[in-house]
Design a binder for this molecule. Sequence first.
Ligand SMILES: [Zn+2]
Length: 494
Amino acid sequence: MSKSIFILLVAGFTASTIFCQNCGVETKIQENWMPKYLENLRHSVFEKRSVLVEIPVVFHVVGRNNGSGAVSKIKCLESICELNDLFLPAAIKFYLDSAGINQIADDAIFNTSYINTGKQAMRAYNKPNAINVFVVNKVSENNALGIYDPDEDWILIQKGAIGTGKKVLAHEMGHFFSLLHTHFGWDGRPWTMAYDNKQVSSLSFDGKTPTELVNRLNCSVAGDMLCDTPADYNFGLNFQNSCTFGGNALDPNGVPVIPNTKLLMSYFSDDCRNTFSEEQILVMRADLNRDERTLLYDQIPPDNRQINQIPEVFYPVLEVSASFETDTLNFAWGAVDGATYYYMVLDRSSKFDLEPIEIITTRPSVIVDFPFLENTKYYWKVMAYNQHHTCNSFSDVKTFTLKRTTSSTSVKNNVEFEVRYASQIIEISIKTIHDSLSEIWLLNASGQKVLQVKDFVVNQENKIHLFYPTIPHGVYYLTLVGNHKFATKKLWVH
Ligand SMILES: [Zn+2]
């Protein structure tokens, strides 16, 4: 709790404009893992999905050398929930690895992750036995939104393409578990009337993959070689306006092609994509049965307790001025059952989209080092989570305004006190205070309020005695609450 945290500004929460909906896994990259895919395909007929597998994910949130530009960490937490919704039918569950959300400040990875300098730098951060997701500014030269790199076995996501409602990560996870695009053979260029005529020839754009027929007679050798993913000639790349394809393409037999716009392994819009087909699920399950994948889920998963509480915010919660000595400010809230982490966000905007400061801490309090502005309204809120349950309700948004006290003498004059525990009594010796005290709080090291006193007497020696015989040994934080300020001191009980 006494630990100060150095703050890096993160990019605003608003996702950058997305111009195209595509992943960087081109035909030749998919061919790279084709032998594995064919093997998984053969084994998939024996697969069942009755057993739940739980898989750890590490996010590497990459910013510039100065730390700026990285995606907001809340987007990573949201992604775990999005993945779990989409992979529920596959009985595959993701949780945040113990390494959690790793913050990296490195220009090379931020902008050039697709060339060797970026790759080499990334290797130092790659964590074995977890799925590594690097969230960067630029995924590839052609500005893909995501890519699975089979050589490194990691995923890269462009920072605007992650979070609630975004499907790129689930798509790349599909590649991680060996899936091909539903439009395999058409990655180089999607079907277009001008190049391919209305009625498509019997070979896909790559010149070797058979064009999948609507009647599915060739489905086991055409496209992704799965028979429950209908013909798709990469229509999604140029067709994003609706979930009903209206491109009027005809298959080699002259039959109108109706692709399944819901399939996550297509390029249709995120508003449409939400599912893996039954056969795709079985191929992914077969991939998980490969020896090299066993360690991914053969680990003891972390605590899976539900989080049903919203953190109760203690301070600062005042809409009036508070004094402070330096650029640090102490934030505290109530501990939440089942939570192992807290995500706190602070900003000058109630939407948290101006210059949000994000802090992840294991304790329900944190000291923030930041040059806070005087007479400026700040907003903050906090969410409790654990490695499994990463999308819980936030506390109410609280506001506070600071009044900077310029002279150190006058700061000390505002409130100065000592606290000690002896002979079953907490003794508070007040040296100076220019405020009326309203309450005294005692918080334990976990941030839980163990004592809250409103009726107390300040004796003639300016001391307050609180009789507290049953206090367990440990570190505590005693807070004096005034009308316009609060002050906290550490208390050791031996
Ligand atoms: Zn892809």
